[in-house]
Design a protein around this ligand. Sequence first.
Ligand SMILES: [Zn+2]
Length: 327
Amino acid sequence: MADSNGKRDHFIGVDLGGTKILAGVFTPQLKCLGKVKMSTKPERGPEGVLERVTRCVQEAVDECDLTFDNIKAVGIGAPGAVDPEEGRIIFAPNLKWEDVPLKRVLEKQLGLPVFAENDCNACALGVYETELDPKPRSMVGIFLGTGIGGGIVLDGKPYSGFNRTAGEIGHMILEVNGPKCGCGNKGCFEALASRTALFRKIQTAVKDGQKTVLTDMLGPDLTDMKSGDLRKALRRGDKFVEKVIEEAAEYTGIAVANVINLLNPEVIVLGGGVMDQLADEMMSIIIETARDYALTGTIKGIEIIASKLGDDAGITGAAVLAKRESK
Ligand SMILES: [Zn+2]
């Protein structure tokens, strides 16, 4: 199937998340040949999880009818504070990990060079390298999914800050007395506009008697609700869902304005599972709100666009990292 010519010129991109591991095999031109998904099983601890990462990589390579002899390097995007020079997770609250030598362990298990980066920085790098042409000097990626993450690319390189925690856009506080966030604060962007926040808002309203076509589609408990269901509800003219999405888009626009005021990047890209499904409905509101809130003159000429990579941003960016670092 894959025409590898027996060359060691392919790359692996791994997206290590709190619930799933995704591994993709990429050509030298960064085209994805195939990918494999596995559950993370964080309760097994770093050792158990990294064994699963290795297995996921092996399966992805096998799935593409390649062998490790065709692979030049592996990139991995991991949650939390990651030290890219040492390839070490400093701390990752959602995995409850501290000081995990990701690069060392995986290089030993895989027998291939491994490079690590924060997951959201990897996503931003994936967008930067495969979706932007010409390349801007600076870019910020905002990724709306289960949580909300941000990645910063300055002068073409991921920027991770003093404690390797830059880009925590999801915990930018947008409502001082807003809903509680997983981090312990109140009113974080993530607690207002992530998929988790939207679903919780909808479920609470339905319990309080709110009518919506979502209950016709999914049953009274709204089990297994997905971002795509919200899109379907909008297409069916559901006013309640429309209002929920509008509010989320407004919060996102305010976050974008804050990013513009702080960093003034040339391009802001919105991605992640929520945008993948709802970009058509949300983008115009996001841009309009950002214009309203950004300081006069700061937003001029800045591009605010939606990524088309969806859930593949992480593996793509990790493959970009592998390609860049193994040169
Ligand atoms: Zn928070």
